[in-house]
Ligand binder design. Structure first.
Ligand SMILES: Cc1cc2nc3c(=O)[nH]c(=O)nc-3n(C[C@H](O)[C@H](O)[C@H](O)COP(=O)(O)O)c2cc1C
Length: 134
């Protein structure tokens, strides 16, 4: 069974860094048969990676060591029956102040468990963005 991972992090990347990340990611993700989406807000990232767990794990190993962000916080890593971003090696969107606030609420949550309503809302928004740039 495949896995789907969602993390949030604190962005340290410039706009040019983000472009480099997206173009390099599309090649490597396709090679690993991983699909997903990245949202880059002014000071936060959220990313979903889905596919065979060895591929997702290899990517997360690189991503968690990347100095272009900090405070990488994995909120979910579930088994999935069906991918949310089947056509996307990496759907990318710059995002709104609203999404920034939502990611911040998840990152700065009071307990170790993320609020399921916030999680659902973030995932839905990432899917909407992916459709919008289809
Ligand atoms: C927010 C963020 C998201 C990233 N997403 C991906 C990704 O989906 N796929 C990918 O190959 N690299 C991604 N990267 C880049 C990796 O961290 C890493 O630089 C790249 O995979 C090369 O891996 P290596 O340094 O282990 O050779 C991301 C980096 C950041 C900061």
């Amino acid at each position: 069974m495949e896995g789907s991972l969602l993390y949030v992090s604190r962005r340290l990347a410039s706009p040019a860094d983000v472009q480099d990340i997206v173009s390099a990611s599309r090649v490597r993700n396709a090679r690993l048969q991983v699909t997903g989406a990245l949202v880059a807000c002014e000071d936060r990232f959220a990313q979903i990676l889905e596919g065979p767990r060895p591929g997702v794990d290899a990517l997360m190993d690189s991503i968690s060591r990347d100095r272009r962000h900090a405070d990488v916080d994995v909120l979910l890593y579930d088994d999935i029956e069906r991918r949310r971003f089947p056509g996307w090696s990496l759907a990318y969107s710059g995002a709104s102040v609203f999404v920034d606030g939502l990611i911040r609420a998840l990152a700065d949550r009071p307990s170790s468990e993320p609020d399921p309503h916030h999680l659902r809302r973030l995932i839905n928004i990432m899917q909407e963005f992916a459709r919008a740039v289809d």
